[in-house]
Design a protein around this ligand. Structure first.
Ligand code: NAD
Length: 285
């Protein structure tokens, strides 16, 4: 099936980036938000990000105008009806994602593929909400979507080979590199990344080193662009804790035990950049 018209549900950090990339790469994209104020906010953030690309010289004025013509924002999935591909990027809540998948199935064109951008929930379980789970798949974009080259493609237990192939081709059309994983807790990206961040937090808790030295060792020693404590602050310590809990429960293995310091930071409301304070301070500008 040739995908021309896509539906993106949720216009927050990820959904607005995903809709941006679809429109920029020549597909007609309909972004669904839960109110017109949030839809307008999502559109404004896409325009701002495109302006940033234009200022950097990576998007011409004509291409920006053409991309915005291909993009529309609506307030219900019904208003986006007839799409041949959809991706949901609503908050990380299993019941909400299953409900969105059911609604997408009702309003999709025959044979449409439904994708979830979940970073930790079971793709197989989200797919179980629809009549044909062979056409459901995980498409895990990285933040910020217009910049990051990878899309982790997650095959649910019942995802068909054809669905898998189609979304890999779609990722290439978006200028991204697809890499596939099976549906196990944390997939590959978060199963490898999160325990590393958790271990850095344990190093801090045990007094092995200072926060600055932990970050410097990993930044300069391993050529990481950012130290693990700073990265955890950027991701959000609540998000890190939630993913560690998915790994811990999913595998039942104590090696994924969330650091007690991570738990304490979340309980104190020190969530990182978004709350102004995590392992470092982020004063409001
Ligand atoms: P976010 O909170 O920034 O955005 C979620 C958006 O969904 C909000 O704007 C909200 O208004 C909207 N929404 C909620 N219910 C809706 C509904 N019924 N219909 C339409 N819109 C609705 O969240 P985010 O950071 O963009 O994350 C979205 C998903 O992407 C999550 O599953 C998350 O785990 C995953 N993810 C996030 C990142 C990241 O770095 N932020 C990276 C990869 C994957």
């Amino acid at each position: 099936m040739t995908i021309r018209r896509v539906c993106v549900v949720g216009g927050g950090t990820m959904g607005s980036g995903i809709a941006h990339v679809f429109a920029q790469r020549g597909l007609e994209a309909v972004l669904v938000e839960s109110s017109s104020a949030l839809a307008d906010k999502a559109l404004a953030s896409i325009v701002r990000n495109m302006d940033r690309q234009a200022a950097k010289g990576t998007l011409s004025a004509a291409d920006k105008e053409a991309a915005l013509k291909r993009l529309s924002v609506v307030t219900s999935i019904e208003k986006a009806a007839g799409f041949s591909f959809a991706v949901e990027a609503v908050p990380e809540n299993l019941e909400l994602k299953k409900k969105i998948f059911c609604e997408l199935e009702i309003h999709a064109a025959a044979g449409a593929i439904l994708a979830t951008n979940t970073s930790s929930l079971s793709v197989t379980e989200i797919a179980s909400a629809v009549k044909d789970p062979s056409r459901a798949v995980g498409m895990h974009f990285m933040n910020p979507v217009p910049v990051m080259a990878l899309v982790e493609i997650i095959r649910g237990l019942q995802t068909s080979d054809e669905t898998h192939r189609t979304v890999c081709e779609l990722a290439v059309r978006l200028g991204k590199t697809p890499a596939s994983a099976r549906d196990f807790p944390g997939f590959v990206s978060n199963r490898v990344l999160m325990p590393m961040l958790n271990e850095a937090i344990e190093c801090l808790r045990e007094g092995v080193s200072s926060r600055e030295d932990i970050d410097t060792i990993m930044r300069l020693g391993m050529a990481h662009p950012m130290g693990p404590l700073q990265l955890a602050d950027y991701i959000g310590l609540d998000v890190c804790l939630a993913i560690m809990e998915v790994l811990h429960q999913g595998f039942g293995d104590s090696k994924y035990r969330p650091s007690p310091l991570l738990r304490q930071m979340v309980r104190a409301g020190r969530l990182g950049v978004k709350s102004g304070r995590g392992f470092y301070d982020y004063p409001k500008k």
